[in-house]
Design a protein around this ligand. Structure first.
Ligand code: MN
Ligand code: MN
Length: 462
């Protein structure tokens, strides 16, 4: 009697693993394998967009400039400065009744090179960095790091660089003080233990000659390899990211450890879901945005008007555009803001409200609102839209949990959700819970990775 009542009235709090067959488990593990190999070739936003373009091309998508007109079923994309991308499958219904958007971001916290990075000191050659996004600086010392980016010469010639990923490549690192002499450092607050100005990448130690040091030797090597001079570095964009590979974590093989899962996990799952979507009633749009980690500003960030331009072009090429139709389209649209959530970590349980936390292995984490200190800055989804999304999850038998980032007044965060909500769309945050967010190695559950794929697909097909 009590058992029946509990089953009828209480929320199901089991993990997904307890509810699946061996066959489903194999499917989940196979999907995670594809995810991990994609990540290993896509550590920066430029690399992610290049991989996404390749996948889209293989699946019959075309650049919007190749279409004179667009018709239901057409698959189209627009790439914004190699760093962000918008994709769409044109629906059977007119876009003026609204479109269904899933939006993730492909940038992740990292170290960027300064414009004048190269110097030498004490016989070593170093590259100076400026960190990007919210990092705990001490986590970025004494780990293998790789160098990714582009150098654009004054004549426009572009050179792609990727050093430290292939087994035969050298890697780089940032040194830290030995404990024996770290008495003063250890007394400091954690945030001050490593100085931003001390995050200098060690890149060489052989002097060029008796008179000239390691800096000239490094420049000589760069010149031989890429034909560049020190001045060419001012028009380069380099990102330093962990050199380790995405790997299966745990004796049971249930988790993924990888760099940049915030938010490449939602970018990959939404992108692959879109590849499997056809014949939709509402136009399905996938956003892979840049610069989320530093506030979504700039022409590749979600605050820019490039996305509006893309949607306007869809309205133009489907032949329905007229004054103010873009605004109307947004006002009738629905969006899942696809970004990661803080997963409950028992070691740091004190920051979470355990009844409102997202747990690894329990499926999609839906955040009705984010923000900090009294929901400040949050896009708070309406109960009506939460019900709409919930219904999709329940109809498709996809496990989900509705959660908050952490305890009230402990901190907070934001995503791109408010940007589309400000345009008038119904938006809710909906992503994968993760441990060690923004660390060089982040942890997710393979069960949740697969749940994200199923969620985004179901949302577009609803
Ligand atoms: Mn994120
Ligand atoms: Mn983030």
């Amino acid at each position: 009697m009590e058992k029946e009542l509990k089953e009828k009235l209480l929320k199901n709090s089991k993990t997904g693993w307890e509810e699946i067959s061996e066959e489903q488990k194999e499917e989940i593990y196979a999907y995670a394998q594809g995810y991990m190999s994609f990540l290993n070739n896509s550590k920066t936003e430029r690399e992610f967009i290049a991989s996404a373009k390749k996948l889209a091309d293989e699946n019959g998508y075309k650049d919007i400039s190749e279409y004179e007109t667009l018709n239901p079923g057409d698959k189209v994309y627009y790439i914004n400065r190699e760093k962000s991308m918008y994709l769409a499958v044109i629906g059977n219904e007119s876009m003026e009744n609204g479109i269904n958007i899933v939006g993730a971001h492909v940038d992740s916290p990292r170290l960027d090179l300064k414009p004048n990075p190269l110097y030498e000191d004490g016989g070593f050659a170093y590259l100076k960095t400026h960190y990007y996004g919210g990092i705990k600086k001490y986590q970025w010392t004494t780990i293998p790091l790789s160098l990714h980016g582009v150098i654009v010469k004054a004549n426009g010639e572009k050179i792609n660089v990727n050093i430290g990923e292939a087994e035969s490549d050298p890697i780089f690192t940032i040194t830290d003080l030995l404990p024996h002499l770290a008495q003063d450092q250890m007394e400091k607050k954690l945030r001050e233990g490593i100085n931003g100005e001390d995050l200098n990448l060690l890149v060489g130690s052989i002097p060029y000659s008796e008179k000239e040091g390691a800096k000239l030797n490094i420049l000589k090597i760069l010149n031989e390899k890429y034909g560049i001079t020190e001045q060419d570095l001012v028009s380069s964009e380099f990102e330093i990211v962990p050199a380790f590979k995405a790997r299966t974590l745990g004796l049971d093989g249930s988790m993924v450890a990888a760099y940049g899962q915030d938010d490449k996990i939602c970018a990959y799952t939404s992108l692959t879901a879109l590849m499997d979507v056809q014949n939709v009633s509402k136009t399905a749009v996938c956003i892979l945005s840049d610069k989320e980690e530093i506030g979504s500003m700039g022409n590749t960030g979600m605050e820019s008007h490039v996305f509006d331009y893309f949607i306007s072009e869809l309205l133009n090429k489907t032949g329905i555009n007229r004054p103010n139709l873009l605004e109307k389209t947004f006002c009738f649209s629905k969006m899942l803001s696809a970004d990661v959530d803080a997963g409950f970590d028992p070691i740091y349980a004190s920051v979470s409200d355990t009844t409102n936390a997202g747990y690894l292995g329990k499926g999609m984490s839906i955040n009705k609102y984010t923000g900090a200190r009294g929901k400040s800055g949050a896009s708070d989804a309406n109960a009506e839209f939460v019900a709409y999304v919930r219904n999709i999850m329940e109809q498709n038998n996809i496990k989900y949990q509705v959660a908050e980032l952490g305890k009230v007044d402990i901190g907070g965060g934001g995503t791109i959700s408010y940007i589309l909500a400000n345009k008038g769309a119904d938006v809710i945050d909906c992503g994968v819970p993760l441990l060690s967010m923004h660390a060089p190695y982040e942890v997710t559950s393979k069960y949740d990775v697969h749940s994200a794929y199923r969620t985004y697909k179901a949302f577009w097909q609803a």
